[in-house]
Design a binder for this molecule. Structure first.
Ligand code: ATP
Length: 310
């Protein structure tokens, strides 16, 4: 294995409990360098808890966290120096200007003075840096929080629901900012959300967590392939059960959601034509035939619902 394929962040068998209540089960995250990893899950799935573990704010019950190839349990302070975080809403001094807010943390951390102007420019707040934080929109506050997280020029950013509560333009600005941070500044970013539609526009990779278990992890194209794999051929006829009896081989995998409807896993268009021709040859009417492709959101919901049954 060459170094390029080593994950920048990895968790191995991460378990966590609040008191006796299990929250995370064997979570194995794998975040590649230079990726935007969308960490998706419904409310209460365990995203914030995972983020807090990654930042050393909580201690795992079992398992380990590896940052930049090193075990966090042994090198916590040195490793976390290379991580910037935005967890929910940033805590800002409302009466201070945007610039003063950045300056306050910069001095505390002993970061060189020129970084203040740099990070404000990076998040697009230069022109508003003189205004009091209390006058900022929620989107501007989030970007100011991100500016502060960027002060130490971290390699990895951990952002917990950074677009929560933002209006559409704030969401777009945040999305563009994350893309720029990855493409132009080489940052690796883990960003959590409960909205697949938002994540698919920005992420290169996706991890889906449900009730404390990782139920999917892969590239965005992997998730899209999974979606295509769930496509189905829908046939409208008169008597679906009769069709199944007449064509047992072709319709072996069919389900009958309604008396006149057949669902078949989608294979290809030649297969659709073959099924249609066979139905007609068997004397059955064909009122309609279509390909039904689930949305990425359907696939995400499917992933998160399936595990609930286990
Ligand atoms: N301090 C706590 N004590 C006990 N249980 C907690 C505590 N904090 C969170 N939990 C529980 O842990 C589980 C995971 O919560 P977590 O906040 O990590 O989920 P999440 O995916 O981030 O969802 P959300 O977006 O709603 O915050 C939830 O069932 C929650 O009720």
């Amino acid at each position: 294995m060459n170094s390029a394929s080593l994950p920048l962040l990895e968790t191995r068998g991460l378990d966590f409990r609040f008191g006796s209540r299990p929250i995370l089960h064997e979570v194995n995250l794998r975040v590649e360098p230079g990726s935007i990893y969308g960490f998706l899950g419904p409310n209460g799935a365990g995203k914030s808890t995972t983020m807090r573990l990654l930042l050393g704010l909580l201690r795992p019950a079992a398992g380990s966290i590896h940052l930049f190839g090193h075990d966090m349990a042994r090198h916590r302070v040195a490793l976390l120096n290379r991580v910037g975080a935005l967890i929910e809403n940033p805590s800002l001094y409302d009466h201070l200007s945007g610039r003063e807010n950045v300056e306050a943390t910069r001095r505390l951390w002993g970061v060189p003075a020129h970084r203040t102007a740099e990070v404000l420019a990076l998040v697009g707040l230069t022109d508003n840096a003189h205004r009091a934080a209390r006058e900022y929109s929620l989107g501007m506050r989030q970007r100011l929080g991100l500016a502060i997280a960027l002060l130490s020029d971290p390699d990895l950013l951990l952002l917990d629901e950074p677009t929560n509560g933002l209006d559409p333009s704030g969401i777009i600005e945040m999305r563009e900012l994350l893309t720029r941070l990855r493409q132009e500044h080489g940052k690796t970013i883990v960003v959590s959300s409960h909205l697949i539609n938002e994540i698919e526009k920005v992420a290169t990779h996706v991890g889906v967590i449900q009730q404390g278990r990782l139920v999917f992890q892969g590239s965005l194209p992997d998730l899209q392939r999974l979606q295509t794999g769930r496509a189905r051929l829908v046939l409208e006829t008169e008597d679906a059960d009769r069709c199944r009896n007449l064509l047992p081989r072709l319709l072996a995998g069919a389900t009958v959601p309604a008396a006149g409807t057949l669902w078949l896993p989608w294979l290809n268009k030649e297969h659709s034509a073959e099924v249609a021709a066979a139905l007609i040859a068997a004397g059955q009417p064909l009122y309609g035939l279509r390909l039904e492709q689930p949305s990425l959101e359907d696939t995400f919901l499917h992933l998160t619902e399936v595990k609930e049954l286990v």
